[in-house]
Design a protein. Structure first.
Lengths: 282, 289
């Protein structure tokens, strides 16, 4: 099972003569049993790409194929959009701006009900999603607008999780979060993976990519310049793509200066690096 | 949502761009009044409207207005046109037009509807000319200038001008925001295109509330940012760019003034002069008029 794109092009101004493509000739194959990161400089087309995945943007040329869904330029063929959006959920950057209901619970219920769940089922799903994010019952009847920014973001996240999509895409989820919140988010990701959800995450955080993702797609100027495992991305010269190096890779690099036996093939995780340093100290 | 091009300033260097915004505001108002001056006879109206339309087209060419954009905004009026047609078909003014043979309807519907549409198009053209050739900031300076005498009676003219310019500045931002929220809610299964009245209503609510919330939050941020940087509406302000009155301003004023004055005079002493002398001479006595 995978999500595939076939020579996917997208332009925000398709009617112009000299149209500029935000993404060009994308052919990627995202395996659904792995966690995938999409990285690249600002303006490289990451957000545009993920929005074609659930037909929020229709490709100018080419197509996206996932499960039985095909997203193409043809509006009429995309009748199953609603089912597709139930299958793939997108959590946008600053999702807290999508809240609008009077209480936290009704807002989280909004999604499932749109996709045809009865009030009872929706309530159940909402409560599961909220508890997954550590929001307890005392919040249910409060107005989302009187919560703190972080809490609001969690409620908005619950609003997508409650829909129970098979694939969940996060657009820069760690932007503006403190370390503790990032850790909490990673726990949520881990839980989601455990219950069989596919996670695709757009991010600038290379540590997140290195520690958490098994597959990475690098975009540059709307084109894919790398697709594969993060380990091999960072072991080859990743500065090629003007990406930051993950801290662990920097550490290994420094260590390898002093010990020629060491190369990044020996040490892959932070734990291994700590272990190694302890041994050297002995 | 994205085709709202109406009102986008273009960086050209035409004569019309160079005119003083204060002058342009006055000229715009004069032309708008001209368009809506009433006449008793159709032919007079048509001739004079044609005259103003021709003038506007010339000015539009001069100021390099994007005609495509204008057509696009005009296209958006089809519903209004249809609506007017229906209304006028059922309440015709029978005093001067003939019935359409074989039907209970009168030709009148076409005239009145056409005329109203024409006037709307002209109105749209005038505002388009103004906004494509004048920076929003300059426009608000112009407005502030006309409101400044009211300061004597403690009318907050500067504050109003400032508010206006900020509002103008935020229109594109709000459109972006609208787009973003539409996408976010679509991901939650909202269908903005299909569905019955209740569904549509709910869809709109799910758009409007977040939009208001973010607009209010944004405005609070902005006002804080302004205060932090020492903005004080009461203090006397100097300006980076002073507005100047050029010779071409006087010239433009004379032309528009002549058109306005001429048509106003004709409107007051509406003697059917044009109808009798010109129309009949050209077309003969037509049943339409
Ligand atoms: N609504 C829009 N209208 C027109 N052009 C757009 C729009 N949104 C994005 N673009 C353009 O498309 C290109 C890709 O934008 P996109 O938002 O996909 O980048 P991104 O990789 O997500 O960047 P970031 O990391 O800053 O979020 C950019 O050049 C941008 O200017
Ligand atoms: Mg983005």
């Amino acid at each position: 099972m995978s999500l595939r794109t076939n020579s996917l092009f997208f332009s925000y101004t398709p009617k112009n003569k000299d149209k500029i493509y935000a993404i060009r000739d994308i052919n990627i194959d995202i395996p659904l049993d792995k966690t995938t990161a999409i990285v690249g400089k600002t303006g490289s087309g990451k957000s545009t790409l993920i929005q074609t995945f659930n037909a929020l943007l229709l490709p100018t040329e080419g197509s996206v194929e996932v499960a039985n869904f095909v997203v193409t330029n043809n509006r009429r063929k995309n009748k199953a959009n609603k089912d597709l959006r139930k299958y793939i959920g997108i959590v946008f950057q600053f999702p807290e701006y999508q809240l609008f209901e009077e209480t936290v619970l009704t807002d989280v219920k909004f999604g499932p009900k749109n996709f045809g769940d009865s009030d009872e089922v929706a309530t159940k799903k909402a409560k599961v999603a909220l508890s997954m994010l550590g929001i307890d019952e005392s919040y249910y009847e409060r107005s989302p607008f009187e919560l703190s920014g972080g809490e609001r973001r969690k409620v908005a996240l619950a609003g997508i999780l409650a829909i129970d999509p098979d694939i969940i895409i996060f657009d820069e989820p760690t932007a503006g979060l403190d370390n503790k919140s990032v850790d909490e988010l990673l726990d949520i990701f881990t839980n989601l993976r455990k219950i069989g959800k596919t996670i695709i995450v757009v991010t600038h955080d290379m540590n997140l990519v290195y520690d958490f993702c098994e597959n990475v797609v690098v975009l540059e100027n709307g084109q894919v310049v790398y697709q594969g495992s993060p380990k091999s991305l960072f072991s080859c010269n990743s500065q090629l793509f003007s990406l930051n190096l993950p801290n662990i890779v920097k550490i290994i690099y420094e260590i390898s200066k002093y010990n020629s036996n060491i190369s990044n093939s020996n040490i892959k995780t932070l734990e291994e690096a700590i272990q190694f340093i302890k041994e050297v100290k002995k | 949502m994205n085709n709202i091009t109406f009102g986008r300033y273009t960086t050209e260097n035409t004569v019309v761009h160079k005119l003083d915004p204060r002058n342009k505001i006055v000229l715009m108002i004069l032309l708008m009044i001209t368009i809506f001056l009433p006449f008793q006879v159709w032919s007079t109206t048509l001739i004079l409207t044609g005259l103003v339309l021709a003038f506007l087209i010339v000015v539009m060419f001069l100021s390099k207005v994007n005609f495509l954009d204008l057509f696009r905004s005009i296209k958006g009026m089809w519903f209004l046109i249809l609506f007017l047609m229906v209304i006028y078909f059922f309440i015709p003014d029978k005093s001067y037009t003939l019935p359409i043979p074989g039907t209970p309807f009168y030709y009148d519907a076409f005239y009145r509807c056409g005329y109203i549409v024409l006037r709307l198009i002209m109105l749209l053209s005038i505002t388009t000319i103004l906004t494509t050739t004048t920076k929003p900031m300059d426009l608000t300076y112009g407005l502030e200038f006309y409101m400044s005498p009211l300061k004597v009676i403690h009318f907050p003219s500067h504050e109003i001008a400032m508010t206006l310019s900020i509002a103008l500045r935020f229109i594109p931002t709000l459109l972006d925001e609208t787009n973003r929220i539409i996408k976010a809610q679509s991901s939650r299964g909202v269908d903005f295109e299909h569905g019955g009245i209740f569904k549509k209503f709910k869809a709109i609510i799910s758009l409007i509330i977040p939009l208001f919330v973010s607009a209010i939050e944004r405005s609070e941020e902005l006002s804080n940012a302004m205060e932090v940087r020492g903005y004080n509406p009461k203090s006397k302000r100097s300006r980076y760019r002073m507005l100047k009155f050029h010779w071409c301003d006087l010239f433009a004023f004379l032309i528009v003034g002549a058109i306005f004055g001429g048509i106003l005079t004709l409107s007051i002493y509406d003697q059917n002069i044009i109808q009798i002398n010109i129309i009949y001479a050209i077309f003969g006595k037509m049943p339409l008029f």
